[in-house]
Unconditional design. Sequence first.
Length: 278
Amino acid sequence: MEETNQNSCSPEMCESCAKAGTCHSKPQDFRKPANPYSQVKKVIAVLSGKGGVGKSMVTASLARNLREEGYTVGILDADITGPSIPKMYGVHERAKGSEAGMFPCIAKDGTRIMSINLLLDSEEAPVIWRGPIIAGVVEQFWTDVAWGDLDVLLVDMPPGTGDVPLTVFQSLPVDGAVIVTSPQDLVQMIVKKAYHMAEQMKIPILGVIENYSYIACPDCGKKIPLFGESHIDEIAKEMSLDVLGKIPVDADLAKAVEEERFYEMTNVYIKSIVEKLQ
């Protein structure tokens, strides 16, 4: 696992290294400089161990809650093969650029967005690229995009622990990570995969959010666990993580996604997380 250890060398590695005795075991910094026209105060990654848990919806929800508190927010859509952030916000124009770099598109609530869908001739065109090329594009979304002054840049990560999450954790100055999961039986393994990757990359974990946690009966308000009983509290306690929120199946949130007006929504189920991101 040498590829994922960006901070230190083992004694055995140092003994066989041509630079042994000269590097003083200093951590190697792989972080890339931001675009000169970007002043980003905080970078937060939103990740999951698998797909289909509503990670992009959570990312957009965090952005909306921060915007309502008066923060300037950007979303770097790092899910290159499955981008969804622009459509959720009703953003369909092409991103523009100049000698300063590329400029993010601005949603109706002021959220700044950069996604591969804003660069393609057709939003429906598939991105059939190999991992290193995809990772390189994500890196360019940091180095070549003029984000301007941002309080928080949220990175909507692709699922899993492959090339792109590794690139984000190594190349961007990530200040913290939020793990998104759901109540299915695989939840323990899912959370732990994401947890261990962030831990190995020395990224602080702010906590975990459970999506699809339940559905509330419209008549009596009883919480019905559609995907089985939640075990997120026990798992989070085991790993000393905070549970930042439990999001039910909410028809209003789903409708806003389909109607491309997520810029109008407030996700009350994770409202308290704003304090964590300050």
